[in-house]
Write a protein that binds this ligand. Structure first.
Ligand SMILES: [Zn+2]
Ligand SMILES: [Zn+2]
Length: 346
């Protein structure tokens, strides 16, 4: 069955997500007032710059900041500055003993008794830095976009180490990688980190995708072809495709997909393939910058390896299974395409 949608004069009017059934309608929101959503961010509740004391107070209690390692569960492994010649902060941060640190989440997402008595929820701290240089507010946090593409690739390689560890547990059948950036995305900790969760059964979102693909063989390829036809493709190179998704969970969503890698996990990729997947995902994150966002890497049985990225700052509402997409979607996608080709790949 083709993906249900309608175009008029070549422009998308509506499209139905073949997995969830949610219908996205394209609407012109340029003159709509977003006073409520955006106004909240303008309240001058904080001084022009955080004082040293405010920075100390905020980082003193942060379990992911250097010096607070004892606030976390036992470390599983770390990547040190020596292993990280490309670390963007290395000149300024003498004495850091780690760049990336991995340990179990103190609060398992899935109770340990369901995974053979072992906690299979992990935290990957992405960088020792909490705030950007000279932060003006508590929201001026280091974001993934500042890490650089090589650093991001090291992160995904660290994720693979965690996945291998989870894979040793016979009761783990699926692993998801999740990131929340910013308060509006639901992040509980401001310090940049990823979560990795091992589950005793396929995750429902991925299982639903696998079911849809079983019912409509070639569904993912069909989605990719349609995105290209609608002008929503961002990159398509070396077996990795990225596009602005009109059928995402949020009005501003992006997918990165390796259509040939069905049933594969990150751990199955060659070094080259890992570089290409990490690169394509990172370039979307770099464009979004410090905006609140989330991403999830979906992998395993019945689906091609892929990631969903959701930008979360914009007003969002799913009303009775409908979503509104801004009519500027095409224009923004072509801006993203040019921004990526301008800034090059490294
Ligand atoms: Zn911190
Ligand atoms: Zn998915």
């Amino acid at each position: 069955m083709p993906i249900e949608h309608e175009t008029r004069d070549g422009a998308l009017v509506w499209i139905r997500n073949p997995i969830t059934g949610v219908i996205s309608y394209v609407v012109d929101v340029r003159n709509k007032s977003f006073a409520f959503t955006l106004g909240l961010r303008d309240e001058p509740v904080e001084p022009a710059h955080l004082t040293d004391e405010q920075i100390r107070n905020a980082t003193k209690s942060c379990p992911f900041c250097p010096g607070n390692e004892h606030l976390c569960t036992e470390e599983l492994f770390r990547l040190t500055p020596d292993e990280f010649p490309e670390w963007t902060a290395r000149d300024r941060r003498d004495g850091d003993r780690w760049v990336v640190r991995v340990f179990n989440n103190l609060f398992p997402r899935i109770p340990a008794e369901l995974t053979g008595g072992r906690n299979e929820s992990y935290i990957v701290v992405e960088d020792p830095r909490h705030f950007i240089d000279s932060p003006r507010s508590h929201g001026d946090l280091v974001s993934t976009s500042m890490l650089g593409e090589r650093h991001f690739r090291h992160l995904l390689e660290a994720d693979v180490r965690v996945m291998r560890r989870a894979g040793e547990n016979r009761s783990v059948r699926a692993v998801v990688i999740r990131k929340n950036q910013g308060r509006e995305s639901g992040a509980s900790q401001p310090h940049p980190h990823q979560q990795i969760i091992g589950s005793p059964e396929p995750f429902p979102a991925v299982a639903a995708e696998a079911r849809a693909e079983r019912e409509t063989p070639g569904l993912f390829e069909e989605i990719v072809t349609l995105m290209d036809r609608l002008g929503l493709m961002i990159e398509n190179e070396g077996g990795v495709v990225s596009y602005a998704s009109p059928i995402g969970a949020f009005p501003r969503s992006y997918d990165i997909i390796m259509p040939e890698h069905r049933g594969a996990t990150l751990a199955d990729l060659s070094a080259d393939e890992m570089g290409r997947f990490a690169g394509a995902l990172y370039r979307i994150l770099r464009i979004l910058g410090p905006l609140p966002l989330d991403y999830e890497i979906h992998q395993g049985e019945g689906v091609p390896l892929h990631a969903h990225v959701n930008a979360r700052l914009f007003p969002y509402s799913n009303v009775a299974g409908t979503l509104n997409l801004p009519s500027t979607l095409l224009e923004r996608t072509s801006q993203i395409r040019s921004a990526i080709s301008r800034s090059g790949r490294r």
